[in-house]
Each structure stands twice: as structure tokens, then as C-alpha cells.
Ligand binder design. Structure first.
Ligand code: B12
Length: 588
């Protein structure tokens, strides 16, 4: 395996110095400070971290609800309704995660993003204050704040609105703002924002959702814990702030989910924000999803009862696989969770440590090895490991696959290329298995025709969701289809350019963020402009919030996507059927 070389990762002659950026952020803390909020007043605390420590010490399980309708007024209304509904049933809602739209990552002056997703967009400070003052529940501005070109600006607004848990550093590593290529400015804004948070007179948690970062693509849970330690090193040791991790979306196996929570408990210095629902377990059937909801909530409640980490647990509505959920669906999920936790309590006593403890030890030891190898490798490559700008930028540019290849704690088997995970995450393997099953179920003549068609296909994603792409690549690989990598979060012009340069016969797009229609229109316009055209297959979530919608709920746009010139596919088999037909027509 080729060792890392600074010139490959940080080719700039000069980068801004981390120390200068940290100083700017700290100076800004003289004028930008945490405002009061109904939550802080109601519970008589100075920060959410203080509240979390107090509640965890008292053995209470805390709860997180996630909302963020496109319309801020609807979000406020939902916040109030949820708070009331849960309180009326005799429970407490501890925190709200506010889902911003990805265009919130652009600075306010440039926030006219061409493609709005399904999330909420806020403007000036009054908008932020109006939200945090809706009800006495801690506000968590977790997405598209820290880690974006607007990191400093958004962090300043969140703090002034009384929010003391701000993220999402995980997104810094993996998300890309379309059309924004200057990753140095994203890094300096991020470091400045972290320094501002760290210099507050009260505890401010810098949040990172591990699944939004490298975790969803790592194969080893020990690497994920290694990433926790590396982020802790950057945020706490280099920047002087407090690091708080969240995980959950892709942690679908009960035993390793619990083991990871314990491993985190062994290394975390600040309280955790929330454990998110295991949403990759959700499919189209709501009854089956309730089983998944019950399964992960019990594990999360058990984790908090036996090793309290301050994380709130998150009952995610069973409709999650289709679209963003409505308020009543969130209330239902919460009432289900509260009842489940009441019934679950006696099981804590029956729990045995025998299976769990060795896993926890392996994850923690492997995580420490990952961090030590990474820091040594960076140093040997000439990267300044004491400079947060260099550290962050290098990690972001290298990406999860290569980082794990270079520094993962597992051994590389003789003659193999991929490291053997110490504790498999399961997520990427599950997608690979999905691909195997998809090919296994194909009618033999369809598989045969696709193989004989000798296709070249450009595979790309419109946003950060990459599992659809991994699935397609796995399936195509098994059917001798040549793959051209169109990239992730790729802009239409790049996809067309890469497809054309690679001699693609078709483009396969995977999309999830509610931008399918606008994206297809832009892609078609680009092909028109360049005078080069191939069929475009598209799958994932083909929905969109209609312009001027008063419900903020996305609607299906499959027909409109087809009218715009693409071929919508409900699943991979749809596309393989179409390719087989093309191969048959060509041969005829
Ligand atoms: C995993 C996941 C993530 C992971 C992605 C990890 C990764 N590296 O890929 C993480 C945690 C990072 C993530 C982030 C976000 N997510 Co997400 N995520 C999911 C989740 C749980 C699974 C989606 C998935 O990958 N499934 C695996 C694929 C392989 O299976 P599948 O979806 O069933 O696909 C089938 C077909 O559609 C087909 N297919 C897929 N693509 C294609 C393409 C072609 C050409 C073909 C032929 C077939 C095909 O293949 C499959 C089998 O047939 C869904 C909810 C759910 N349970 O589905 C939400 C979901 C897609 N996410 C959603 C959202 C909103 C987000 C965020 C915007 C949240 C936020 N505010 O930050 C961010 C993205 C921000 C950004 N900048 O883009 C929404 C989308 C809402 C909508 N459109 O209505 C969903 C539905 C959740 C929800 N209800 O809110 N997410």
C-alpha cells in the first residue's frame, strides 16, 4: 500500500495557519455569546451539557425528536405540538434536532441555491430566535452549520439564539456544497466556528454525526471509534472546544450498536448529543418498521441505563424510508418509545456482559491503534498534526476508503487488498449482499443479455447518499458492465463530462434529497448544450416539495422526471430489464 505523501493531499504552497484562524474565532467570542432560551431558563442551566450531565447522573433517559419542515412557521408549530403532546402524556421531550436544508451551508448572502432539498431554510437572527423560543426544549442545530462554507456565520447565529449543541462536523468530511470547490475556506470557517464555540463562557458541544462522516462507509467499527478519537484530538486538544458524537443511522445490528455505545462511553469526555434511529433498517412496510423501532430503542435505552453517556435516544417515525415524517407520525413514535421504555426496564437486570465486553475492548483498542497509526502516518507524510486546518483538510481530501485502507486497525489478509475488520460495521456488507441477491434473482436471460451487451455505464449520485451507487456498482460488476465513476454529490456538468470521456452508453443516477426533478432537467440541458446524449436511469427517492407548498411535505415526481427525459427505476431490476431490452434490440 502506497504511503501517504503531503504533496498528494496538501499541494498548496501555503495554507492559512491554524493558530491564526483559532485566534480569530476566539476574538469573535468577545462580541458573540450564547443567548438565553426558554430551555435554559426553565431548567435553570447555563448549557445543554450541564443539563445532560445532571439528568444522566439522575439515571433519566433523555429523548430527541427530529424535525425541520421546509416552512419555518410549520416547524415552529410542529415543535409546539410535539412538546405539548408528549407532556400531556406525562413525559418530557428533552431536545429537538432541527433539520436544515443543505443550502443552509452557503453563506446567507449566497443562499439562493439552485436546488432546494426538503429541509428548512433560515435567514437572520430573528428567525433563529423565533424557533428556539417556541417551547422549553433544547435546540440542536445539527446539520449544515459547522462544517460548511457558512460554518462561522451559522454558528454565531445558533449561539446567540441560545443553542449550545452545534454540528455537524461529520458533514465537513463527506458533504459537498454543489458548485463550491474551495475546501480551504470551508476548513478555515469550520475551525473559526469551533474556536468561537470553545471560547464561550459556558459549555458548548461541537456535534458530529459519525454516520454523516466516515462511519457509513467504514467497514470496521474500530475505525469508527478511531475517527472519534481523531476528531476529539482536533476539536478538544487542538481547538479547545468540547466534542460530542452522535451515531445510529447505519448501526443496524443490536449487539454491535450497544458495544459501540459502550466503547464511546469509555473514551468520550463530554456528554453525547443523541443516538439516532437505525434508519437503514426501515423499509416500505410500517408494521415491520415498528419491530425495528422497538429493537433499536431497547438497545439504546439499555445503553443509557447501564452506561449513561448523556445521549438522548431518538424514536424515528416508521414512515422514514419514504419521506420526511409529519408531526403526528413523530408523536406516535415518541409515545411508542415511552411505553417501550417503561416495559423494558426489567430486562436490564437480565443482561449478560459475556458477549459484550470483549467486543467493547476490541473496538476501543482498535480505535486507539487507528488514531496512533493515522497521526504517525500524517507526520511521516509531512502534515502538521498540531495544526487543525491541515488535519481537517487532509482527512476530508483523503476520504473514508483510503483512510481505512492506510490506517485501519484490522490486518490485510495475504494476497488481499481490503483490511479485515475487527468488528464489522455491516452497512457496506449489507449493500453488497443486497447486490448479490439482486443478481441471483434475475431471470437468467436478462442477466445473459446484460452481460453480452458489453455496456459501459456512468454511475453517480446527486447528493451524499452513496449506498445506491455502491449497490449499482456491485450489481454491474457481477454482470460485466464497465463502470465509469461519475462521483458523489456530483454536479450535472461533471457527470456529463465524465460519462462522455469514459465512453458511457448510459448514466445511472442515484438521488435521495428531493432534488431529482431539478437535477434531471439540469442534466438534460447540459447534454443538449454539449450535443452528446445517452439514456439516463434514475432511482432512489424521486420526490420534491412543491413550490409554495403549505404542508412542507414532499410529493412523488416520478412522472415529471420521466417527462423531463430520464427513465425512473423503482429498483435495480427495472434498469437491468431495460438494458437487456436494449441489448436484444441492438443484436436484432
Ligand atoms: C443511509 C441514509 C443516510 C446516510 C447516507 C450514508 C451514505 N454514505 O450513503 C446519511 C446518514 C449520511 C444520510 C444523510 C442525509 N439524509 Co438520508 N437516509 C438514509 C436512509 C436511512 C437509507 C437510504 C439508502 O441508502 N438506502 C439503501 C439503498 C440501496 O436502498 P433503497 O433506498 O431502498 O434503494 C432501492 C432503489 O431505490 C434502488 N436505487 C437507488 N438508487 C438507484 C439508482 C438507479 C439508477 C437505480 C436503477 C436504482 C436505484 O436501489 C435499491 C434497491 O432496489 C434513508 C431512509 C430509508 N430508510 O430509506 C434516508 C433518507 C434518504 N435521507 C434523507 C435525508 C433528508 C437526509 C439528509 C438531507 C438529512 C440532513 N438534513 O442532513 C442528509 C443528506 C444531506 C446532503 N447533503 O445530501 C431523507 C430523504 C427525504 C426525501 N427525499 O423525502 C430520507 C428518506 C430519510 C427521511 N425520511 O428523512 N442519510
Amino acid at each position: 500500500m502506497k504511503a501517504l505523501d503531503r504533496a498528494d493531499v496538501l499541494p498548496e504552497v501555503q495554507l492559512p495557519r491554524g493558530a491564526d484562524i483559532l485566534a480569530q474565532g476566539r476574538r469573535a467570542a468577545e462580541r458573540i455569546t450564547v443567548g438565553r432560551s426558554p430551555f435554559l431558563e426553565h431548567y435553570g442551566v447555563r448549557s445543554e451539557a450541564e443539563y445532560k450531565r445532571r439528568e444522566a447522573d439522575a439515571g433519566r433517559i433523555m429523548f430527541h425528536a427530529h424535525i425541520g419542515f421546509r416552512d419555518p412557521a410549520k416547524t415552529r408549530e410542529a415543535w409546539a405540538r410535539l412538546y405539548e403532546a408528549v407532556e400531556k402524556a406525562g413525559h418530557r421531550l428533552d431536545r429537538f434536532g432541527l433539520s436544515f436544508d443543505w443550502c443552509m451551508g452557503f453563506p446567507l448572502s449566497q443562499r439562493k441555491a439552485p436546488m432546494h432539498g426538503t429541509g428548512m431554510v433560515l435567514g437572520e437572527l430573528e428567525d433563529w430566535i423565533a424557533l428556539t423560543h417556541t417551547a422549553p426544549v433544547a435546540a440542536h442545530f445539527g446539520d449544515h452549520v459547522i462544517g460548511t462554507p457558512a460554518a462561522f456565520e451559522n454558528t454565531a447565529l445558533a449561539l446567540q439564539a441560545g443553542c449550545t449543541a452545534i454540528g455537524n462536523l461529520g458533514q465537513y468530511f463527506m458533504f459537498r456544497q454543489p458548485g463550491w470547490t474551495d475546501d480551504v475556506s470551508i476548513t478555515t470557517e469550520t475551525v473559526k466556528a469551533i474556536a468561537l464555540a470553545g471560547a464561550q463562557p459556558v459549555d458548548v458541544l461541537v456535534h458530529a454525526n459519525l454516520d454523516d462522516g466516515f462511519a457509513s462507509l467504514f467497514s470496521d467499527l474500530a475505525s469508527t471509534l478511531g475517527a472519534v478519537l481523531v476528531e476529539q484530538y482536533i476539536v478538544e486538544d487542538l481547538c479547545g472546544a468540547q466534542m460530542s458524537h452522535c451515531f445510529g443511522n447505519t448501526f443496524s445490528r443490536a449487539l454491535t450498536r450497544l458495544a459501540f455505545q459502550r466503547a464511546l462511553a469509555a473514551v468520550a469526555r463530554a456528554p453525547g448529543t443523541m443516538i439516532y434511529g437505525a434508519t437503514t433498517l426501515y423499509g416500505p412496510n410500517h408494521a415491520a418498521n415498528y419491530a425495528a423501532l422497538g429493537n433499536y430503542l431497547r438497545v439504546d435505552a439499555l445503553g443509557q441505563r447501564t452506561r449513561p453517556t448523556g445521549h438522548a435516544i431518538t424514536p424515528v417515525p416508521v414512515t422514514e424510508a419514504q419521506r420526511i415524517p409529519d408531526v403526528d407520525e413523530i408523536v406516535d413514535a415518541h409515545l411508542f418509545a415511552r411505553r417501550l421504555c417503561e416495559l423494558e426496564a426489567p430486562l436490564v437486570a437480565q443482561h449478560s456482559e459475556e458477549e459484550l465486553s470483549p467486543l467493547v475492548e476490541t473496538i476501543v483498542a482498535g480505535g486507539r491503534r487507528f488514531k496512533a497509526r493515522l497521526l504517525a502516518g500524517f507526520e511521516a507524510a509531512g502534515i502538521d498534526v498540531a495544526d487543525p486546518v491541515e488535519m481537517l483538510l487532509a482527512l476530508r481530501r483523503i476520504g473514508p476508503k483510503r483512510i481505512e485502507e492506510l490506517y485501519g486497525p484490522g490486518a490485510v489478509p495475504e494476497g488481499g487488498s481490503r483490511r479485515h475488520p475487527l468488528v464489522p460495521t455491516g452497512s457496506v456488507e449489507d449493500i453488497e449482499e443486497m447486490g448479490r441477491r439482486c443478481v441471483g434473482r434475475l431471470a437468467p436471460e436478462v442477466g445473459e443479455r446484460v452481460r453480452n451487451g458489453r455496456f459501459t455505464i456512468c454511475v453517480a449520485t446527486t447528493d451524499v447518499h452513496e449506498y445506491g451507487k455502491i449497490l449499482l456498482e456491485g450489481v454491474f460488476g457481477r454482470l460485466d458492465v464497465r463502470i465509469v465513476d461519475g462521483g458523489t454529490s456530483a454536479v450535472p456538468a461533471d457527470v456529463v463530462a465524465r460519462a462522455r470521456a469514459g465512453g458511457a452508453d448510459a448514466i445511472a443516477l442515484s438521488t435521495y434529497n428531493g432534488i431529482a426533478l431539478e437535477y434531471v432537467r439540469a442534466l438534460m440541458a447540459e447534454m443538449e448544450r454539449t450535443g452528446w446524449r445517452v439514456p439516463v436511469y434514475i432511482g432512489g427517492r424521486l420526490n420534491r416539495i412543491p413550490d409554495g407548498s403549505n404542508t412542507s411535505m414532499p410529493v412523488d415526481v416520478t412522472k415529471e422526471v420521466a417527462a423531463a427525459g430520464a427513465k425512473p427505476c423503482a429498483d435495480v431490476a427495472d434498469m437491468l430489464g431495460a438494458l437487456a431490452a436494449t441489448a436484444r434490440d441492438r443484436a436484432a
